[in-house]
Design a protein around this ligand. Structure first.
Ligand SMILES: *Cc1c(COP(=O)(O)O)cnc(C)c1O
Length: 468
């Protein structure tokens, strides 16, 4: 038995993997990774895979990055962890100062959680609690966009709208207002991204006009709806949303968990609309892909609404055990150093252009409806019929065939349903982008030429997809 296979068998005997129908692994091999360096993952038999999705969008400067490793090692010798209630430490103070400095103006307070979903819970609770502290406890509902994703915990799922992830749990969820997404994929022919996103603001404006007295906050993924299939929209929408939230007295929560730290071409996506949200949630690339941590930034106005004598019971009594872990803070500080020292955002412009050119030919593919890009995210939407943008039946799992082909060729290209995307670490080279483009093209050719026989179950809704 091969080394990989041995590890796989031990794994499958005891583990339950995230976002996975475990029965798939009767056919689909599980890949045990022994080590990783730079953009490459290496399995137990020495086969290498180019990490084209940054290990679920977290890794920005490569695996085993010497600078991040050194900083964590140094911290490890000093302090591995201390509780953050009543205690503090240098890395968390330094990181908070720097986050306040680099995020949009007005965000001056940092609260920590230990993963993205928990960060979303913090923002939702803080927003509701803010209005309550002001004597407006009727403001308790949230507005979200269709096709949005904000995480897996119950409230985070409530403000999400990817049916595959949420439908099962509907009876458990909060009742939110859902407003059509400004997603430009389905814009009418001849209409620009800007015109389309602007036109889609009308229902949001209407929702706020009708219900602002009971709304605490609007939550959005700025510019890219990630788990919803890398659907993209124009910054104009965020600009209009910020103005409307101010006019109606509603908070704006920017979930930059996936898009923060340079992914959209600017350090934060909100910069492209020149707005500051009332809450900004960061995670994923925050620690360079090393350790789980989330940061929720908010304004002095929000902070002051909680600041009072203990007996008024206005405090935000929320905690996660590993809040502000020093090792995670050290990884984040090293990551921020690299952004500051290496002119990453500028260099990424060249890489983004290269990604566009390397995949331009796919626009003409008979089963590609769109190749779209925002900064360092490039997405290729596969369809059954190009003219009408009719999707493949989800049961055919065409994207999965691309994934399998890419693995054979040595690339990790895990798609979102029928959306194949590149979301690489920023250390990728132009040659590696060419390799990815070649692998993706071959994979898409194979996947779309395949004759697939699937029994389509009558009870399965069409909008279901393969998980990311
Ligand atoms: C990944 C993600 C989350 C959830 O973060 P976890 O750390 O997986 O809980 C929330 N929002 C967005 C936009 C994400 O991409």
């Amino acid at each position: 038995m091969s080394e990989n296979h041995r590890w796989m068998q031990r794994d499958l005997a005891v583990l339950w993997h995230p976002c996975t129908q475990m029965k798939d692994h009767e056919q689909l091999p599980l890949i045990p990774i022994r080590r990783a360096e730079g953009i490459w993952l290496e399995d137990f038999e020495g086969k290498r895979y180019l990490d084209a999705v940054s290990s679920w969008w977290v890794n920005v400067f490569g695996h085993a990055n010497p600078r991040i490793n050194a900083r964590i090692r140094q911290q490890l010798e000093q302090l591995e962890h201390v509780m953050l209630a009543g205690f503090s430490h240098a890395p968390v103070i330094e990181l908070s100062e720097r986050l306040v400095q680099i995020t949009p103006e007005g965000l001056s307070r940092v609260f920590y959680a230990d993963n993205g979903s928990s960060g979303i819970e913090v923002a939702l609770k803080m927003s509701y609690h803010y209005w309550r502290n002001l004597g407006q406890s009727e403001k308790k509902r949230f507005v979200t966009l269709t096709n949005s994703y904000h995480g897996e915990t119950i409230a985070a799922m409530s403000v999400g709208d990817v049916p595959l992830f949420t439908d099962t749990y509907k009876p458990l969820l909060l009742d939110c207002f859902k407003v059509p997404s400004p997603d430009c994929y389905l814009r009418p022919e001849g209409v620009s991204w800007e015109e389309h996103s602007q036109a889609l603001f009308v229902p949001m404006e209407q929702c706020l006009a009708d219900h602002h007295h009971e709304i605490a906050a609007v939550i959005v993924e700025p510019l890219i709806q990630g788990a919803g299939g890398m659907r993209m929209y124009h910054p104009i929408y965020l600009k209009l949303l910020r103005e409307a939230c101010d006019r109606y007295g509603v908070h704006l929560i920017a979930d930059e968990i996936a898009v923060g730290f340079g992914r959209t071409g600017t350090l934060f996506a909100c910069e492209q609309a020149q707005i500051s949200p009332d809450f900004m949630v960061l995670s994923k690339a925050l620690t360079g892909g090393y350790l789980p941590m989330a940061a929720v930034l908010t304004t002095d106005q929000v902070y002051q609404a909680f600041y009072d004598d203990y007996s008024t019971l206005r405090a935000f009594l929320h905690s996660h055990t590993y809040t502000g872990n020093p090792l995670a803070c050290a990884a984040a500080l090293a990551t921020l150093d690299i952004f500051a020292e290496d002119r990453v955002i500028e260099r990424n412009q060249g890489l983004a252009t290269h990604m566009r050119k390397a995949t331009a030919h796919l626009s003409d593919h008979p089963h590609v409806a769109e190749v779209r890009q925002t900064g360092m995210v490039l997405a290729i939407e596969l369809v059954q019929d190009k003219a009408s943008k009719t999707p493949y039946p989800w049961q055919q799992r065409r994207g999965l065939a691309v994934y399998q082909h890419a693995l054979e060729r040595g690339a990790l290209l895990r798609p979102l349903g029928n959306v194949v995307y590149f979301l690489p670490p920023y250390i990728i080279t132009p040659e590696q982008i060419d390799f990815l483009a070649e692998v993706a093209t071959e994979g898409i050719d194979r996947a779309t030429q395949q004759k697939v026989q699937v029994a389509v179950s009558a009870c399965a809704p069409d909008q279901f997809r393969d998980p990311g």
